[in-house]
Design a protein around this ligand. Structure first.
Ligand code: ATP
Ligand code: MG
Length: 262
């Protein structure tokens, strides 16, 4: 539906690649100075290994086809889907930067958030299986808004990934989505992990910030995921909030997105 696509001008003011000294009152508390070609360098460095990984997955598929094993066929298909997704993310970042000057620019189209939640859950299935965490998503039926499918998937993937990383071993992650007053949608991602301290809550959405919870499941994170979720939410005119669960342990992250302009 190419004709339906709209570009929303990024809200953050900086020219692409522009650097400036941090100013007192910068809400992120870090310098925004960066190398103007940083994204191109990162993309270049990721593209090579990714292309090789793609060939490797193809080779496993070909080998498996000689004497097919159902489990291997399923795992290969999942690995293939993840490689496709990574290549899509990379190209999307570069295209958004080249065309709109912002890797997270909103290229708005009709988006079914329920479907994106299902994809975020499916994408994190390997980590959930490794940690024996059950991830459940309400069957809400379609929840349409105007938004950017690629960056919204990125935001949901970050939230589900964090929840799965920090849920109690053998625990549960619940994703809920509901319509809110203004016709937008609220997505709640709830886990049963250690939750967040008061200090954590104040700092959670700043870049390069790792908080009290440390996951046993993965290499140390970069502390960028929640900041990226915040930028994506804000670019959509929405917001992200974190809170501890009242009834039991763990945290809930709530992503609120407006219906968007059609
Ligand atoms: N669901 C959660 N429960 C408890 N703490 C969390 C949760 N999600 C995030 N955190 C804390 O917030 C910190 C920042 O999360 P964020 O997603 O920004 O970075 P990260 O997961 O460490 O790395 P990455 O950049 O790879 O996402 C984490 O290091 C963790 O301490
Ligand atoms: Mg993260």
């Amino acid at each position: 539906m190419q004709a339906d696509i709209q570009i929303q001008t990024p809200r953050r003011g900086a020219r692409p690649g522009a650097s400036r000294r941090p100013r007192p009152g910068d809400s992120d508390g870090v310098t925004h100075a960066h190398h103007p070609g940083a994204l191109a360098i990162v993309a270049h460095d990721l593209k090579g290994p990714l292309a090789n990984l793609s060939l490797l997955v193809d080779a496993i598929g070909i080998e498996n086809a000689k004497a097919p094993r159902p489990r291997l066929t399923e795992l290969t298909a999942r690995a293939d889907a993840l490689v496709d997704r990574l290549q899509g993310v990379l190209m999307g970042l570069l295209d958004r930067t080249r065309l709109h000057g912002d890797p997270l620019a909103v290229v708005a189209q009709d988006v079914d958030l329920a479907q994106l939640i299902a994809r975020a859950v499916a994408g994190n299935a390997p980590l959930a299986a490794e940690r024996r965490v059950r991830v459940v998503a309400d069957d809400t039926g379609p929840l349409w808004i105007r938004g950017d499918a690629e960056t919204l998937l990125q935001a949901l993937d970050n939230l589900v990934n964090n929840a799965v990383k920090h849920a109690a071993p053998g625990g549960i992650v619940a994703c809920e989505a509901t319509r809110i007053d203004d016709g937008g949608v609220a997505v709640l991602v709830r886990d049963d992990g250690p939750g967040l301290s008061d200090g954590d809550l104040a700092r959670a959405f700043r870049p390069f910030t790792r908080l009290s919870a440390v996951s046993d499941a993965t290499a140390p994170g970069s502390g960028l995921g929640l900041w990226i979720v915040r930028l994506i939410a804000e670019n959509h005119g929405g917001r992200i909030d974190a809170a501890n669960n009242a009834d039991r342990r763990g945290a809930t992250f709530t992503l609120r997105l407006p219906r968007g302009r059609s």
